[in-house]
Write a protein that binds this ligand. Structure first.
Ligand code: ZN
Length: 129
């Protein structure tokens, strides 16, 4: 559209340059205005398409942000829920050591709370001491 508008502008420019009388130039001027309008229309359409792409990009970005924030919120929630976990220990039937509730060795087992004064040794996997 922009190229055809530019071609129309060029043709009208060449055509109007051969005319001496103002009345004869008027038709060429109208043609040149139409050509310029086509160029402007093409530029506006180009901008709209570009802005649509930008909006789509921002929408994807917001979705990703929400996903990541939701994930981190869930992590924060788990952390705060487990805040007293520093002195919270569990064990399971048949286990000789006390573990943190989220310990890998506790996976699939039914946790039983371990009292604070329990002499059981602490697990080496979930204890970083
Ligand atoms: Zn453990």
């Amino acid at each position: 559209l922009a190229a055809s508008g530019a071609v129309v502008l060029l043709i009208c420019w060449v055509g109007v340059s051969g005319e001496g009388a103002w009345r004869d130039q008027l038709g060429w001027l109208v043609g040149a205005c139409l050509g310029a309008g086509a160029v402007v229309l093409a530029a506006v359409l180009w901008l709209l398409v570009g802005l649509r792409e930008v909006r789509r990009g921002f929408r994807d970005l917001r979705r990703d942000q929400r996903m990541m924030l939701g994930l981190s919120e869930a992590l924060l929630e788990r952390e705060s829920a487990g805040a007293p976990r520093l002195d919270r220990w569990v064990s399971a039937p048949g286990m000789t050591r006390a573990h943190r509730p989220e310990c890998l060795l506790m996976r699939g087992k039914t946790p039983e709370p371990v009292p604070a004064g329990d002499p059981r040794p602490r697990c080496g996997v979930c204890t970083d001491e």
